[in-house]
Design a protein around this ligand. Structure first.
Ligand SMILES: *[C@@H]1O[C@H](CO)[C@@H](O)[C@H](O)[C@H]1NC(C)=O
Ligand SMILES: *[C@@H]1O[C@H](CO)[C@@H](O)[C@H](O)[C@H]1NC(C)=O
Ligand SMILES: *[C@@H]1O[C@H](CO)[C@@H](O)[C@H](O)[C@H]1NC(C)=O
Length: 333
């Protein structure tokens, strides 16, 4: 009797180990890392890939459509620079302007250029994107033509979250209405469901989302709040910012801080090592960012995490959203 049980147990152990061994063997046998990626089931995380391969896999797993707000006089300067640098790494890149340029991927949303009109322009862009691409991507990023975005870090941050949750991220300003709003210049990124809610329930409702001359970021933030889209916390584990609304030099701790930011921002130390966006990037700086980020290597440094964070389940996701929606802006943290 006992002997039988012992044999059964031994058999199981050997069986399991043999299976492990075979799997290991099959994987090593077939250039494991890249095979591991292509054989992935949807939703599964690759275990055996290098960070570079993970980032590549993530490109199609966390799909981001980028909308860059610009105007005709910047088409040949900033639009070209964005397109030649970080914009290449979007799954889809659309420039929003008042004059079409097909070669550059610029659309005309039919709103005359004027500072007061930026909100209206962005609304039109969000309508256009929803109509044409609303179901084809997971996240929708808005940036300006003087923003630089590290798409790999954006995807890394977004990966745990279900794009079917009503959620958006950015640099959150603590002002104006309970959940505050995300800086337009640092860029904000909304989930597929957030974009859908805006289009189905906000844009047709003059109370939730009135047309006015307020600033674009504040007003879009207002509309999002009113249709239940939660302002997420994009800071890293130590509370350092990932979306930087000022020029980088102003964010550095040694720089005199007599600017407007500290009044508006949540407590933060510059800057997360996993930073995502930079604002007020000068024309020549696009190439500088590109050089330092994507070309230069420092011998001996290994700077990125070796795995993706795990994806949140339904319950965890709800808990996180609830936590954030209670984090209203009069809370000093
Ligand atoms: C991502 O998807 C695009 C379009 O479907 C495809 O052309 C590309 O090869 C994919 N990239 C990776 C790394 O799987
Ligand atoms: C807006 O559209 C949605 C979906 O079609 C509808 O349910 C809602 O009643 C509309 N709101 C207004 C104010 O018309
Ligand atoms: C917005 O400003 C324009 C002038 O720039 C003005 O014509 C228009 O009436 C204003 N709209 C609102 C809703 O205040």
């Amino acid at each position: 009797m006992y002997r039988n049980i012992l044999c059964l147990a031994l058999g199981l152990i050997i069986g399991i180990q043999l299976t492990d061994f075979l799997e290991y063997f099959q994987l090593t046998d077939s250039q494991f890392a890249s095979t591991a990626i292509t054989q992935l089931e949807e939703g599964a995380t690759p275990q055996l890939a290098t960070e570079e391969e993970l980032a590549l896999w993530l490109q199609n797993e966390t799909r981001v459509l980028c909308m860059v707000l610009t105007l005709p006089k910047n088409h040949q300067s900033r639009v070209r620079r964005v397109k030649g640098t970080w914009g290449r790494r979007c799954n889809k890149l659309i420039f929003i302007s008042s004059q079409e340029d097909r070669e550059l991927g610029v659309i005309d949303v039919g709103v005359p250029e004027e500072r007061n009109n930026l909100y209206l322009k962005m609304r039109k862009a969000l309508e256009y994107v929803y109509r044409n691409h609303g179901e084809d991507y997971d996240w929708f990023l808005k940036a300006d033509d003087d923003t630089f975005v590290i798409m790999e870090n954006l995807r890394f941050m977004l990966y745990p979250y279900d794009p079917e949750a009503a959620l958006y991220f950015g640099h959150r300003f603590r002002t104006t209405f309970p959940q505050g709003y995300m800086s337009g210049g640092a860029g904000y990124v909304m989930s597929r469901d957030a974009l859908r809610r805006l289009n189905l329930f906000a844009f047709n409702n003059s109370q939730f989302c009135p047309i006015n001359n307020n600033s674009e970021d504040r007003q879009i933030g207002f509309c999002l709040q009113n249709v239940g889209v939660v302002a997420g916390d994009s800071r890293d584990e130590e509370g350092r910012d990932r979306f930087l609304p000022l020029s980088l030099k102003f964010m550095l701790p040694t720089f005199p801080t007599d600017n407007w930011l500290p009044k508006l921002t949540f407590r933060s130390d510059c800057c997360a090592a996993s930073a995502i966006s930079f604002h007020y990037v000068k024309d020549f700086e696009f190439e500088l960012f590109e050089f330092f980020l994507y070309y230069l290597r420092v011998f001996g440094l290994h700077r990125t995490p070796r795995a993706l964070p795990s994806r949140l389940g339904f319950r965890q996701m709800n808990e996180r959203l609830q936590h954030w929606s209670q984090q209203v802006t009069d809370n000093k943290n």
